[in-house]
Write a protein that binds this ligand. Sequence first.
Ligand SMILES: Nc1ncnc2c1ncn2[C@@H]1O[C@H](COP(=O)(O)OP(=O)(O)OP(=O)(O)O)[C@@H](O)[C@H]1O
Length: 282
Amino acid sequence: MKRFGEHEVLREISFSLGAGEFVALIGPNGAGKSTLLGTLIGLILPDSGSAHILDQDVAQPGEGWRLELGYVPQEFRGFDWMQTGELLDYIAAFYPRARRRWPDLEDWAELPRRTRVRELSGGQRQRLAILLALRHRPQVALLDEPVSSLDPKARRDFVQLLHSNCKARAAVCLLSSHILSDLEPLADRSLILHHGRLLGDWDATDRREDLRRLYPLAPASSPQDLPTTLEVLATTAEGGLLVGGWRRLSEPERAQLEQVWRSVTPADMESVFLALTSGERT
Ligand SMILES: Nc1ncnc2c1ncn2[C@@H]1O[C@H](COP(=O)(O)OP(=O)(O)OP(=O)(O)O)[C@@H](O)[C@H]1O
């Protein structure tokens, strides 16, 4: 739990991150994503509770743990007077020589080494923050909206690079973003945060196969008529439903249900996000 004054910003959140997982952290503005990431990196101290990544208690970092972390902040500030090359060399000095390079990431960033940080464009500044945080190929990458200022090609290439690295090195990657189309095809899991609570933690297969959006075909369609194996997770303003448990239905049950409800496949990340955060949850 984390409180700022009287405001409870994170509540009863529990999840674990395992090796090789590429996880999307999504939620509306003010949901608590940055606070959660700050807690995981050890920058923000929770008032109660604990957080573990790869079995490591983040409040009690063991020797070498910091070397295995990479954190991309939502906004990169400071070092304005330095040239980007100087800053990269300066930060590299904190890491052992063998950990200072990720050539593909450096090629992707295409940063002019002699330009001062204050003269970089917003997107270049974001590329610099990414390079500073990840060039040592950490085992745990925590990224707070790292792609919001990047152009579409840079965004796509970066997310793919990050994903390939995560899989090749069995690293953990937790990435918050509002651009769900980037994450949809790659995320193994999606965590949905709203008002400081974790509303959902689905792995991609569960979300695709087990969740469905249903829309009434007849005015008389009522959630009470649904098979009891289905769980209604949220209702939307248009009378639609987000349901879980689709996998457990037999073919005849699905056919019967589809006479009165139109089932929309798949329940993609965006529709699940919208139903849970703007619909009425049950
Ligand atoms: N240092 C602080 N002092 C007081 N309140 C804070 C502080 N940092 C964050 N908050 C509050 O905590 C809540 C969560 O903020 P947070 O930045 O974690 O949200 P977020 O999900 O990252 O939002 P966004 O998508 O807009 O970046 C907000 O209501 C915010 O006003």
